[in-house]
Design a protein around this ligand. Structure first.
Ligand SMILES: [Cu+2]
Length: 271
């Protein structure tokens, strides 16, 4: 009973009760952390859901009405009418109009996701069987991100979602994500940012987000990619700009992709 009460309350207090990762007995979306996701949630809650409910209630009413009104005992000689032009025009036109009403805002959101503003940070996510590899192409940083096994989890780390090396991005900055794969199809998806793109070998897909709340956000590979598909989560940590700069300077040493030119020359000179 308690659980149902939580669900009931949860539907009214989603933004307060739910955080940035899936919760037990969760209904609806995760808490949005970007304008992109806020658009999606609004579109779903304020337009799609009312339309879906209205159609379901209307169809249910028609079915019950037909069952009662035209039952055999009340209506022993059924009508032989097969066509009614007015009704046929209506049941073609009205669904068309409903689709148009849904399509306009839907395309608006799709286009806003597709137009990438000038990026402050670019990251590249590469799907492997079965983990994610990340690169910061402008910062000479490269690292792999593996899921933490259940037995190695620390306090507060969610099972099947926490990783050893998190993606770190600054808050309120446009982050462009280049997405590709090395072996089979994967998909880089992060519900709180409203981001989901296929990772296709030999091809680079792009998406973007601007996280407006600091915190840790969890996503998962969202394209069935093999036996350990469920074990290649995505963790993005949104931090303040200062913290990001601090992390960058550490990561440049820890995860250096190649020796920077300058250092190369220094080595050559010292020989
Ligand atoms: Cu995958």
């Amino acid at each position: 009973m308690k659980k149902f009460l939580y669900i009931f309350l949860g539907t009214f207090y989603t933004s307060k009760v739910l955080a940035d990762q899936p919760k037990e007995w969760q209904l609806g979306f995760q808490n949005p952390a970007s304008d992109g996701m806020r658009d999606i949630v609004n579109f779903h809650n304020n337009l799609l859901l009312p339309i879906i409910i209205a159609i379901s209630v209307f169809v249910l009413f028609l079915m019950i009405y037909a069952c009662v009104r035209f039952r055999a005992s009340k209506n022993p000689n059924p009508s032989t009418t097969t066509h009614n032009v007015t009704v046929e025009i209506l049941w073609t036109l009205i669904p068309c109009l409903i689709l148009i009403v849904m399509a306009v805002p839907s395309f608006k959101i799709l286009y806003s996701q597709d137009t990438i503003p000038k990026a402050d940070v670019t990251i590249k996510a590469v799907g492997y069987q079965w983990y994610w590899g990340y690169e910061y192409p402008d910062e000479n940083i490269i690292f792999d991100s593996y899921m933490i096994e259940t037995k190695d989890l620390k306090e507060g780390q969610p099972r099947l979602l926490a990783v050893d090396n998190e993606v770190i991005v600054p808050v309120n900055k446009v982050v462009k994500v280049l997405i590709t794969a090395n072996d089979v199809l994967h998909a880089w998806a992060l519900p709180s940012f409203g981001v989901k793109r296929d990772a296709v070998p030999g091809r680079i897909n792009e998406t973007w987000f601007k996280a407006d709340k600091e915190g840790t956000y969890y996503g998962q590979c969202s394209e069935l990619c093999g036996i350990k598909h469920a074990f290649m989560p995505i963790t993005v940590k949104v931090v303040s700009n200062e913290e990001y700069q601090k992390w960058l300077s550490e990561a440049k040493l820890k995860f250096a992709k190649e020796i920077i030119e300058e250092e190369k020359y220094k080595k050559i000179a010292s020989k």
